[in-house]
Design a protein around this ligand. Sequence first.
Ligand code: EPZ
Length: 431
Amino acid sequence: MKILEVSGCGPLRGSTVTQGSKNSVLPILAASMLGGGSEISNCPSLSDVEVSLRILRHLGCTGALKNGVVTVDASGANAVNIPDGLMREMRSSVIFLGAVLARHGEAEICFPGGCRLGPRPIDMHLDALERLGAEIEVDGGRISCRAAKLRGAQINFSSVSVGATENAMIAASMAEGDTLIANAAREPEIVDLQDFLNKMGACISGAGSNVIHIKGVKELHGASHRVIPDRIAAATVLSAAAASGGRVELGRCRPQDMEAVLAVLGEMGCRMEIGSDSILLESRGRLKAPKPIVTAAHPGFPTDAQPLLMAACLTAEGNSVFIENIFENRYAHVPELRRMGAEIITSGRAAAIIGTERLAGAEVVAADLRGGAALLIAAMNAEGVSRIAGTEYIDRGYETPEAVFAELGAQIKRKEVKDAEQQQKKQAQEE
Ligand code: EPZ
């Protein structure tokens, strides 16, 4: 089993750059199958990207990532089903549904299944595709969609969904007629998807607002596109720098995508110099507990940054409160943080942190992507050595985290340990 071994390192210092956005490149890779040859740059090397490339290859496309550039040739796309194994490896593979349906008039997937964050339903995805004229049959865990021709429609989402907005945009881009999406998600990744689709010949406007207008076109072609920086990976580096009392310059980021997170870091006492594509963060002395952090759809405070800022709050002066409104179960990192001496109480969607002077290194296990990042932030700010198992979750969304943080002075090593040894240690802790 692979682990990250982290020695509490004191302040992080130095400069680093932001990886490309995972949550932007995944829908863009799905959309790329509507054209011929595409070249997508600033693509991070992540296991989720690898799964998406395997799905594209399964669907008859070619797709490869080299030196941060993905080249896709979708001219040979010839399959309409995504096997269960691939669907289960990455819940967000549902994002291929709209693309396969738009390309072939039919698509077959299995339910992506729930995860640690909660059940991850896809009802809004399916409702949107039905509004566009798809006939959907659900048989056991399999979903078959058919649409001889997708037709433009008015889609009113009952609540905000990033993935459902993206699926609707992709499917509607080649529908007959106009589509209006109301209550659309407003994330920067939605704007990036609009930009990519329009480079392919689509006619979409309004992304970034809650109303998106799509004029269906007959055909799309391949395109070249540079993916936006990953605002959550950026928030991860800044939260680690803040927690450690360091001074870090973060390049190739988009501060305008991170206003809610930067506001909290400022409230906690971090001094920041904000450039057009860089943020210099300095945190001197002990952080101060921020006002309650309530997660919401963009431009509200992002749910993905909740675990990250929680890690920064653990040793802040004062008590912090989080309300997690997006996912039902996004506190799996809490029991693991408690092993490091964090004082956290959760009740339903609320979590209260009593700031403590110090954390102590411990053996912990990541249960999801951003929770794993929170453990890493806490471990770098703890006294002594921590060993973080479950690195496969962290690798879904972070490109070589050990290299990024070692560049800033962290003592962090990726190691192979025998399962039994790790298990024994965990059991010893439980006794
Ligand atoms: C995207 O997930 C992101 N993933 C998530 O990032 C992010 O946390 C989430 O948006 C919210 O911002 C990618 O972009 C690949 P949603 P998505 O549909 O699209 C409910 C990370 O760590 N819902 O906006 O799956 C859903 O259960 C990941 O990078 C329905 O009820 O999220 C949730 O409670 C984690 N029915 C809420 O809506 C549906 O049909 C928001 O989910 C769809 C969603």
